[in-house]
Design a protein around this ligand. Structure first.
Ligand code: ATP
Length: 872
């Protein structure tokens, strides 16, 4: 058995301390990986596996990536959920000669990835820390690429899930208690691709955490940060900072502020509703295209895009704040020229927040400085053009906008227009910025000329006609005088060497010149680098001002985008009320109207209030447009509370505290649960958490089970939500159970609507218009025909439908004989339902379900169902 080489011993020691990391171990121009790390990396990165003689009998598996291209490899591994430890050579004079010391300089995790690729990503990249204790949760989250840092605390797991879904962090770190809080870890890992890891309990020590917070934000106490009322969030923040210091090891100066927030400041939208409403990505493809954000985001800067996404994720509930945004949009829509000029100035502005991150991590290169300068140039004209806007929000943003002219001036004076990427090879600093640099530069380029001039001067001064300045590697520059002119050599010449035919001299002037010329290149590069680093540090010192400006620009950009979209898509400014009335005239679905090309989107009205119009039961054939109509209402309310104008001819929106949607079967939620179970959990969640100020969108509740159960549940749910003593929330309720339209006469606040279709012979034409009243037919078979179901099946379905139409479904179903492939009842389950005269329904009506809790109602319905089965 051999013994590990010293270099590999060092490797083993570092690896031992960082077992959960793949080590990128710097060897010359490569990062090498060994043993298991090499096996993983070669597979994940598709790179060749080799072997290294490590001193042992067997060669160590090894693979490597070039230092200069390491970023993309690293990014790939981190995206796949690995932690990567970057291990660099560091100077350590105490080490024995020949042994280079290496140490981890940074641990890159999904939540702390600052590779160029992640800096270019439009979205925020959050690292979230969750501290769980006694059913309460402290949440702290940071995007190290932008400096966005927030904290809150919540009192239920459901609210934690909402926050996770809202911010979609790349990585969650937590204490052990969070793992047993009931959180669905598989869902987080598999469906949301979040890396979840527990961190040591010492990170959550409150006192140490507070110290870290005070140091990071340079404050003497927590009051100034607004954290005193948020002990759970404080602990989470302390732990998050501890983790960052441990992994990032370098400056976190760009994390200058933390924003404590209350979830109650914003409209609450639970995770499944966010998905269902397709706010920032589509349900199916998880793409931005097709989402509400896709329609609204016409921002010009990356900061603006993130701000808009944030606004959409957190609609407001404060009327005054919303109206401030409307006023800003009014300014920008009524002055289209001003807006477009503003957008033109915003266009060339780079991502200042992420540039600041690079400055803070000392990775900003000279081209980043030019990006800075180019961006700053547009700040004064933006400020000037904002003078045209008289509304309070834009006026205040204008006042807050620091145009950073001093920083622009510094960059303008110091960095050349097209600098290289490298920082240590010169060519960065402009002429005139620093005398020494200018001199060195001149020495480099004009050295020869200077020597010729000196030669000429000396010839004239001494009369030595063939005096020459020459160079060799041993003596450097010297004056060569042939023996015939020896007598003319002046006293101040210093002899360097005597040859057979000539003498070699030097002078003080020549020595100085030689020094300047010979060392100029190295010194020039070093001085340019030093100057560049100083400039970068000056910027780092101005981080606070730059961050504030970046935030102002982001807000202006997001507002300008909303105004632009509002004008282009003919949106209107909504009115807001606190009566709880939602009155939309000619509302349109903001996304579907963009998708429909030749066809015109048919607008529809929506009216809901706290009295006679609390619940709208919407019937109509499949494909008629029920889901579109309901989502459109929810999106219009949401847009209104984001501060956007809305797609309608007129809208008066009663501010809602929450929007809940239960739409279709969200299959991806159903990890291990049946579709019906998921549906019922969502319903339970809605009934438990909605208030009378909420808006509910319920699409075909009860569809996932048998007709009887489904209908009964739907019936009980409508009774519950329409009753102000129980819930009394405004609701749009789409159903195929036509029996539910019976409720209109029975409950005051329930009204029937349907989406009109026209029969044309055997076919139907969708009119897409919502009208008062219930639909009398479901046209399921016609829609099946439109969808291309084979003619034989359609014909048979019509036959069955005719047979069933006059009879009770339960008894008739038994009589139907199988025909070919059509053996299941599923074809007619939705096209023909039991009549209300069934004893089951009669008993149901007698019983006042409204006096029961939803659970009692469900239990009761199950008992009824059992009874029925026994009777059968
Ligand atoms: N108001 C409208 N104007 C124009 N087209 C519309 C309108 N509403 C819906 N559509 C179109 O009709 C299609 C079907 O609409 P939607 O999915 O809302 O129907 P549905 O009644 O919910 O169907 P199902 O009951 O089968 O789920 C949409 O994809 C859209 O293209």
């Amino acid at each position: 058995m051999g013994k590990l080489t010293p270099m590999m011993q060092q490797y083993m020691k570092i690896k031992e301390e960082n077992k959960d990391c793949i080590l990128f171990y710097r060897l010359g121009d490569f990062y090498e990986m060994f043993f298991d790390d090499a096996l993983i990396a070669s597979q994940e990165l598709e790179i060749t596996l080799t072997g290294k003689n490590c001193g042992l009998e067997e060669r160590a598996p090894m693979c490597g990536v070039p230092y200069h291209a390491a970023d993309s490899y690293l990014n790939k591994l981190v995206e796949k959920g690995y932690k990567v430890g970057i291990c660099e050579q560091v100077e350590d004079p105490s080490q024995a000669k020949g042994i280079v010391k290496r140490e981890i300089v940074r641990i890159v995790t999904p939540g702390t990835n600052i590779s160029q690729q992640s800096l270019d990503d439009e979205k925020n990249n959050y690292l979230m820390c969750i501290f769980c204790s006694d059913g309460c949760f402290g949440i702290s989250l940071v995007d190290v690429t932008t400096g966005d840092f927030r904290t809150t605390s919540v009192d239920s797991l459901a609210k934690v899930q909402d926050e996770i879904f809202k911010f979609a962090p790349a990585e969650i770190i937590c204490n052990d208690a969070f793992f047993i809080s009931g959180i669905d870890l598989d869902y987080l890992r598999d469906k949301m691709s979040v890396m979840v890891s527990g961190i040591d309990h010492y990170y959550f020590d409150e006192d140490q955490g507070i110290e870290r917070i005070k140091q990071q934000f340079k404050v003497g106490n927590l009051e100034g940060l607004g954290l005193t009322d948020n002990p759970m969030g404080t602990i989470a923040t302390g732990a998050l900072l501890g983790y960052l210091h441990e992994t990032q090891k370098s400056s976190l100066d760009h994390l200058m502020h933390i924003t404590p927030y209350e979830t109650g400041e914003f409209m609450i939208i639970d995770s499944s509703s966010r998905r269902n409403l397709e706010l920032c990505e589509t349900l199916r493809d998880k793409q931005k295209k097709g989402s509400l954000l896709w329609v609204l985001d016409k921002t010009k800067t990356a900061m603006g895009a993130r701000m808009l996404r944030n606004m959409l994720e957190q609609p407001l509930i404060d009327k005054k704040k919303i109206e401030e945004r409307y006023d800003a949009l009014d300014s920008l829509t009524s002055q289209a020229m001003v807006r477009e000029e503003l957008r033109e100035y915003l266009n060339p502005i780079y991502d200042l927040e992420r540039l600041m991150t690079k400055v803070s991590y000392k990775t900003a290169n000279p081209r980043d400085m030019i990006a800075f300068k180019t961006s700053l140039k547009w700040l004064p004209p933006i400020k000037t053009i904002l003078e045209e806007c008289r509304d309070p929000l834009l006026t205040s943003l204008k006042e807050q906008l620091d145009t950073l002219e001093d920083i622009w001036g510094l960059l303008e004076d110091s960095i050349v227009e097209e600098p290289p990427l490298a920082v240590k090879e010169g060519g960065i600093i402009k002429e005139g910025f620093k005398d020494d640099i200018d001199k060195l530069k001149r020495a480099k380029t004009e050295g020869k000329q200077w020597l010729m001039e000196l030669e000429e001067r000396e010839r004239k001064a001494t009369g030595i006609k063939n005096l020459k300045v020459k160079f060799n590697k041993v003596f450097g520059y010297y004056l060569d005088v042939t023996n015939s002119y020896k007598d003319l050599v002046p006293d101040h010449y210093i002899r360097k060497q005597t040859l057979a035919n000539s003498e070699r001299y030097t002078t003080e002037e020549l020595n100085q010149l030689a020094d300047t010329i010979l060392g100029s290149e190295d010194r020039l590069y070093a001085l340019e680098y030093e100057t560049f680093v100083n400039i970068r540090e000056t910027l780092a010192g101005e981080m606070e001002r730059i961050a504030r400006t970046a935030n102002v620009i982001a807000q202006v950009d997001a507002l300008a985008s909303l105004a632009y979209v509002a004008e282009r898509n003919h949106y209107v400014r909504p009115k807001l009320n606190l009566r709880g009335t939602i009155d939309i005239k000619d509302g349109r679905h903001p996304v579907v109207e963009q998708m429909i090309q030749n066809d015109m989107f048919i607008p529809n009205d929506t009216y809901l209030d706290q009295k006679k119009n609390r619940v709208a039961i919407i019937t109509g054939p499949n494909m008629a447009g029920k889901s579109t109509y309901m989502r459109q209402a929810a999106l219009i309310v949401l847009m209104a509370q984001v501060g956007s104008f809305v797609p309608a001819s007129k809208a008066n929106i009663g501010i809602v505290d929450r929007i809940f949607t239960r739409v279709g079967a969200s299959d991806d939620l159903a990890s291990g649960q049946s579709t019906f179970m998921v549906e019922m959990s969502e319903v339970a969640n809605i009934l438990r958490n909605a208030t009378k100020n909420s808006l509910l969108i319920l699409d075909e509740i009860g569809r996932g089970t048998s007709t009887y159960d489904g209908l009964s549940i739907a019936w009980a749910v409508v009774e519950y939500i329409s009753n102000p003593k129980l819930l009394g929330a405004k609701t749009l309720f789409a159903t195929h159970y036509h029996e539910l339209t019976e409720l209109e006469g029975k409950i005051d606040s329930v009204n029937n609507y349907c989406i009109a279709v026209k029969e044309q012979g055997d076919d139907i034409v969708f009119l897409r218009k919502i009208i008062k009243g219930g639909a009398d037919k479901s046209y399921g078979v016609q829609v099946a025909k439109l969808a291309g179901v084979p003619e034989t099946v359609i014909a048979r379905a019509k036959e069955i439908s005719r047979e069933l139409s006059d009879h009770d479904i339960a008894s008739r179903a038994k009589d139907i004989q199988p025909y070919g492939e059509v053996q299941q009842l599923s074809l007619f389950q939705h096209t023909d339902e039991p009549t209300m005269e069934h004893p089951f329904m009669a008993e149901l009506r007698e019983k006042n379900l409204a006096d029961m809790t939803p659970l009692e109602a469900l239990n009761y319905l199950y008992t009824l169902q059992e009874k029925l089965r026994k009777e059968d």
